[in-house]
Design a protein around this ligand. Structure first.
Ligand code: PHE
Length: 459
């Protein structure tokens, strides 16, 4: 009997809206709801927000457009797509490293992201059981530390999280991801806006808004700039395979630059609205500070929820929102590697999924242990395993990936191919984008990267 090889047909999103929902789903995640408010809180509020918006415009949008372009031009998973484009443009195969590093970064992020996202699931269940009622700061801290010490619970939620991610990816691009984001994203927007309105109603909206938007020059720092840059990459899911993979499913008749702009705008709006949902109630609760740090969401907010009217529902809704946002991000972290195994080695989607997800699960155990048994084990430049993987991905691999994507598309890829993919964008838009991508983005990324690495290791 002759074995007919499985012919793989690369999927296309049903419409441009689906691409926007999927890419926004990837972009909006723990970065927006957990990280953004606390790093803005620690770094001067308005000053940080301003730098962040500056980087999104001059680096985020141009590089996102470049990534979508690479994906759509290659019409394949990131690794195969880069191979095809390099061949078409006649470049050295060294450029393929960009896509390898990207897929690796996605996998590494998935391993710890699913652990942290699991905490949100635990908090949904705690909120529903009335666990936040009349909680004070000290008790909230103890509850959080108890969770971190409880390996079995951490692993349980990490497993659930990876399982729901796998569940979506198994059904493929159109029946899995597309259906999921069409339900998840509208739900997420509705929840977020309801939370913000309620928070404005019962909290100190003016204090919250002024904290996020009033800006003092003295608050600007290199350290803050480096964080804002790293965060711009992380929150827009740039510098790795996610946006490239999603771009490869984008319909032809869609303008790339405009779409990148919409996704970045939505992502930034979600971060700001999340801040506006969190800070007014933080300011209205005595003894809780906006500069709390990573514990802002898991320690301060439960106290706030426990003290406010309808806090049980509000708290459960908030952590459900975080879960949904993280879910639509992990989907995009898993997809590139799965698509690669399916397209390159003809894996069945199910087996590719199970393989990558179990590997991410295993590696994630290292992050789980970083919060308990290995908390004092810091062989990685004084960092725990979790901190090290977070640092390598968010502060090194993503900015480096972005830098090389900008240099490749701006200077090395065939201009004819670039122009063809962007033919729907007006020539003014094209020229502006191209010049920013060639001259501004790489210089800025490099400068901030050097300063931040220097600050980390020599400072
Ligand atoms: N953008 C996501 C967030 O802000 C994280 C992410 C990074 C997702 C890279 C995919 C790729 O939480």
């Amino acid at each position: 009997m002759v074995r007919v090889p499985r012919i793989y047909k690369h999927a296309i999103w049903g419409s441009r809206t689906t691409f926007i929902l999927a890419a926004t789903g990837s972009a909006v995640g723990l970065g927006n709801i957990w990280k953004f408010p606390y790093i803005a809180g620690e770094n001067g509020g308005g000053a940080f927000v301003l730098m962040y918006v500056f980087f999104v415009c001059l680096i985020g949008i141009p590089i996102m457009a470049a990534e979508i372009l690479l994906g759509r031009r290659g019409r394949a998973n990131p690794i195969t797509a880069m191979k095809k484009i390099i061949h078409e443009s006649g470049n050295s195969s060294i450029w393929r490293l960009i896509s390898w590093a990207g897929v690796l970064a996605g996998f590494l992020i998935l391993s710890y992201y699913s652990v942290i996202a699991g905490w949100a699931l635990e908090y949904v269940s705690t909120a529903l059981q009335g666990g936040f009622t009349d909680l004070d700061g000290g008790a909230a801290k103890i509850a959080f530390n108890n969770l971190l010490a409880d390996k079995a619970t951490l692993v349980k939620w990490q497993t659930v999280f990876l399982a729901i991610t796998t569940l979506v990816i198994i059904f493929g691009v159109n029946k899995g991801i597309e259906v999921a984001v069409r339900i998840l994203m509208p739900l997420l927007f509705i929840l977020l806006i309801t939370l913000m309105v309620y928070s404005a109603y019962i909290g100190d909206f003016a204090a919250g808004a002024s904290f996020l938007f009033s800006f003092r020059f003295s608050d600007l720092s290199f350290q803050g700039a480096a964080l804002a840059l790293g965060h711009a990459f992380f929150t827009l899911s740039l510098g790795m395979g996610a946006i490239m993979a999603y771009g490869s499913y984008m319909p032809h008749k869609t303008s790339i630059i405009k779409t990148a702009f919409i996704v970045a705008l939505l992502d930034t709006l979600v971060a700001l609205v999340a801040g506006l949902a969190i800070f007014p109630i933080v300011f209205a609760t005595p003894g809780i500070e906006p500069t709390e740090g990573p514990g802002l969401m898991f320690i301060s907010l439960p106290v706030v929820f426990g003290a406010m009217p309808f806090g049980l529902i509000f708290g459960a809704a908030f952590f459900t929102l975080v879960t949904l946002a993280a879910w639509s991000s992990t989907i995009s972290l898993l997809e590139p590697a799965v698509a690669y195994l399916v397209e390159r080695f003809h894996f069945h989607r199910l087996s590719a999924n199970l393989l990558i997800a179990s590997m991410a699960w295993l590696l994630g155990l290292g992050s789980v242990m970083s919060f308990n048994d290995w908390a004092d084990f810091k062989p990685f430049f004084g960092m725990t395993f979790f901190e090290f993987i977070d640092f390598i991905t968010a502060s090194v691999l993503l900015p480096l990936g972005g830098l090389f994507i900008a240099i490749y598309v701006g200077w090395f890829m065939s201009l004819k191919a670039v122009r063809k993919e962007l033919s729907l964008d007006s020539s003014v838009l094209f020229k502006t984008w191209f010049n920013v991508l060639r001259y501004v983005s790489p210089v800025l990324v490099l400068a901030v990267l050097v300063v931040s690495l220097y600050g980390k290791f020599a400072g």
